[in-house]
Design a protein around this ligand. Structure first.
Ligand code: NDP
Length: 245
């Protein structure tokens, strides 16, 4: 167990990649705090983590609201006394070509995907700075590196995470806090399930390893970056995409 008795917060941790990250960290010995807006899924993950014998707190919190995030951090400290790991995973898509993209779709994607990372990182950093230790991992995307038709809002938000990560890594390094980002390629979750089969087939042709990624692939990398084994890595964006980029 490389995360024994750590306390980890995972945003968007009730479903998809976040859920797999939460289960993987728990199997490695970490206690979990799950932040999500999907209440039904929260109840399910709560039971699953309890079955693994770890402590679990679940919060129905919208990461776009700084006051809700700060309240969640305070309650976590009351109950679990420390925060070792923050995984900024909550994210959404609202795809459309730029000329058809509604202002609210731009605002919503930037609010969840980028401001959400700012809110959680800001609230948790204060705790980690006092502790003089911590690991922050944010889930960006290869779309933030290469762009994509119909995803100007999503690409901008994911590229924003990269700039935020590199800046905060420099600010927090003197306090022994590591800040990194992961840029996954195509990972099979509900987010990608609705992509039409013909487009999926075209994407597959561009993946040298010849297969889509699984949430567990991303969770394995998160587990490493959140552990002491990665303590000399900071300010990096690690791509996990089967060789696509
Ligand atoms: P999912 O949609 O399966 O899961 C995202 C989770 O985040 C959901 O439980 C969702 O709840 C929650 N969430 C959404 N908005 C908020 C909010 N405002 N506050 C708190 N929680 C929220 O997505 P994935 O698991 O596929 O993606 C996880 C992350 O990985 C995202 O950041 C995504 O951009 C990124 N990523 C995914 C890739 C992929 O191929 N799947 C590739 C590259 C990056 P609800 O469902 O109720 O909205």
């Amino acid at each position: 167990m490389i995360l024994k008795d750590k306390v980890a917060i995972v945003t968007g941790g009730a479903r998809g990649i976040g859920r797999e990250i939460a289960l993987t960290l728990a199997r490695e010995g970490s206690d979990l705090v799950i932040v999500d807006v999907d209440n039904q899924a929260l109840t399910k993950i709560e039971e699953e983590i309890k079955e693994l014998g770890r402590q679990i707190l679940v919060f129905s919190v919208d990461v776009t609201a700084l006051s809700q995030v700060e309240e969640m951090v305070n309650k976590t400290l009351d109950k679990l006394k420390k925060i070792d790991i923050l995984i900024n995973n909550a994210g959404i898509t609202r795809d459309a070509l730029l000329i058809r993209m509604k202002e609210e779709d731009w605002d919503k994607v930037l609010a969840v995907n980028l401001k959400g990372v700012f809110n959680c990182t800001k609230a948790v950093s204060k705790v980690m700075m006092k502790q003089r230790s911590g690991k922050i991992v944010s889930i960006s995307s290869i779309i933030g590196l290469i762009g994509n038709v119909g995803q100007a809002n999503y690409a901008a938000s994911k590229a924003g995470i990269i700039g935020l990560t590199k800046s905060v890594a420099k600010e927090l390094a003197p306090r022994g806090i590591n800040v990194n980002a992961i840029a996954p390629g195509f990972i099979q979750t509900e987010m990608t399930a609705s992509i039409p089969e013909n487009i999926k087939a075209k994407m597959l042709e561009r993946i040298p390893l010849g297969k889509f990624g699984q949430p567990q692939d991303v969770a394995n990398l998160v587990m490493f970056l959140a552990s002491e084994k990665a303590s000399y890595i900071t300010g990096q964006v690690i791509t996990i995409d089967g060789g696509m980029v």
